[in-house]
Design a protein around this ligand. Structure first.
Ligand code: ACO
Length: 322
C-alpha cells in the first residue's frame, strides 16, 4: 500500500504585529473582551502589496528545504485559499512559477477556513492512486484584506499567514484517513457578499467584507467538530488514546477546548497558536503544524489529528502519522 507522508513543513508570517491594545485605539473593544471570548492576543498583518502568493512562496520554500526536495521534482501543487492574489491564474500557478516547478499540475481549493485540510485530502488521493509522488500542499491567506476595520465584531478575529507541507509517496504511513464535508445550506451564517459573477458594490472595499453570525457559527462549529473527530477516529480504526496531538483550526480557543474535551485530551496535547496568529483561515492548521514541528513538540512516529471548520460551511480532518 502507498501512503502519503509529510517529509517537510514550512510557514510564513508578515512582519507587522497588531496587538489587542492596538485595536483598542481604532474600535470600541478591549484586550479583556478579545482574550476571554477568543484567546487571541495578537495577529500578523500583511504589508501593503504583500500578497497571499508571497506568503505561500515563502512557506513553500521552507517546506521544500526541510524535506530536501527540489521544486523541479514536484508533480502537483494544491493551494487552499479564499484570498487569491488575482482571479486567475490561480495562486498555485503563481507560486509554481516563482518556485521554478513549471509543468506540474497546480490548482487552488476554496473551502474557506478548511482550505488546507481539503487540499491535504485531495493531495493524499493523488498519491494513493499512484498519480503523484511528490506534492506541495499550501494553506495561505491575506484575510485581513476582507476586513472592515470599523467593525469590531470581525476585525479582532483575523490575521494573515501561510503554511505548507511536502507530501511524498511512501510505504510507511503516512496519512491514514482524511474526511471532507460541506453544507451550503449554512451560507447565510458566514459569507463574503460580493464577487466577479454576483458583482461588486459601490461601497468601501467594493463591498468585500466578512459577514458572520458569530454565536451561531460557534454553536454549529462545536457540534460539527465533535462528530467529525468521532468519524475520523472510526475511519482510521483508532481510538482517542492513540492520538498524540490535536492540531485544530485556530479560530477560537473555546472551540478548540471543546474539541479537546470531546477527545478526552488534556490541553497539553493540543497545539494552540490562536493567541499569536488569530484566525488565518487556510493558513491556520499548517502554521500550527509547522510551529509544532519546529518547536520539537511533534516528533516522528507520532499520530496527529488535524481538523478545520469554515465558511460554506465546510469541515475536514486528517489523521496521520508524522
Ligand atoms: N469588543 C467588544 N465587544 C464586542 C466585540 C468586540 N470586538 N464584538 C462584539 N462585541 C459585543 C457584541 O456587540 C455583544 O454586545 P451585546 O451583548 O450588547 O449585544 C457582545 O459583545 C456579545 O457578542 P456575542 O457575539 O454574543 O459574543 P460571543 O461570546 O458569541 O463571541 C465570537 C463572539 C468571538 C465571534 C464567537 O461567537 C466566535 O468565536 N464565533 C465563531 C467564529 C468562528 O469560529 N469563525 C470561524 C470560521 S471563520 C471563516 O471560515 C472565515
Amino acid at each position: 500500500q502507498i501512503y502519503a507522508r509529510i517529509t517537510g513543513t514550512g510557514s510564513a508570517l508578515p512582519e507587522r504585529v497588531v496587538t489587542n491594545a492596538d485595536l483598542e485605539k481604532i474600535v470600541e473593544t478591549s484586550d479583556e473582551w478579545i482574550v476571554s471570548r477568543t484567546g487571541i492576543q495578537r495577529r500578523h498583518i500583511a504589508a501593503e502589496g504583500q500578497t497571499t502568493g508571497d506568503l505561500a512562496t515563502e512557506a513553500a520554500e521552507r517546506a521544500l528545504e526541510a524535506a530536501g526536495v527540489k521544486a523541479s521534482e514536484l508533480d502537483l501543487i494544491v493551494l487552499g485559499t479564499t484570498t487569491p492574489d488575482i482571479i486567475f491564474p490561480s495562486t498555485a500557478c503563481l507560486v509554481q512559477h516563482r518556485l521554478g516547478a513549471n509543468g506540474c499540475a497546480a490548482f487552488d481549493v476554496n473551502a474557506a477556513c478548511s482550505g488546507f485540510v481539503y487540499a491535504l485530502g485531495i493531495a493524499d488521493k493523488f498519491i494513493r492512486s499512484g498519480q503523484s509522488k511528490k506534492v506541495l500542499v499550501i494553506g495561505a491567506e491575506t484575510l485581513t484584506r476582507m476586513i472592515d476595520w470599523n467593525e469590531r465584531e470581525t476585525c479582532v478575529l483575523f490575521g494573515d499567514g501561510a503554511g505548507a507541507v511536502v507530501l511524498e509517496a511512501s510505504e510507511e504511513p503516512g496519512i491514514y484517513a482524511t474526511l471532507l464535508h460541506a453544507d451550503g445550506g449554512f451560507k447565510h451564517l458566514l459569507y463574503n457578499p460580493v464577487g466577479v459573477s454576483a458583482g461588486f458594490k459601490d461601497e468601501p472595499n467594493h463591498g468585500v467584507r466578512i459577514n458572520m453570525a458569530g454565536r451561531e457559527v460557534f454553536k454549529v462549529a462545536v457540534k460539527t467538530l465533535d462528530s467529525l473527530v468521532d468519524e475520523t477516529l472510526q475511519a482510521a480504526g483508532m481510538d482517542e488514546s492513540q492520538i498524540d496531538w490535536l492540531i485544530p483550526h485556530q479560530a477560537n480557543l473555546r472551540i478548540i477546548e471543546a474539541t479537546a474535551k470531546r477527545l478526552k485530551m488534556p490541553m497539553e496535547q493540543v497545539i494552540v497558536t490562536v493567541q499569536e496568529h488569530a484566525n488565518t483561515s487556510s493558513g491556520s492548521v499548517p502554521l500550527a503544524l509547522d510551529y509544532a514541528v519546529r518547536s520539537g513538540k511533534v516528533k516522528r512516529g507520532q499520530n496527529l489529528l488535524l481538523e478545520a471548520f469554515g465558511g460554506g460551511f465546510t469541515w475536514a480532518s486528517a489523521l496521520l502519522r508524522y
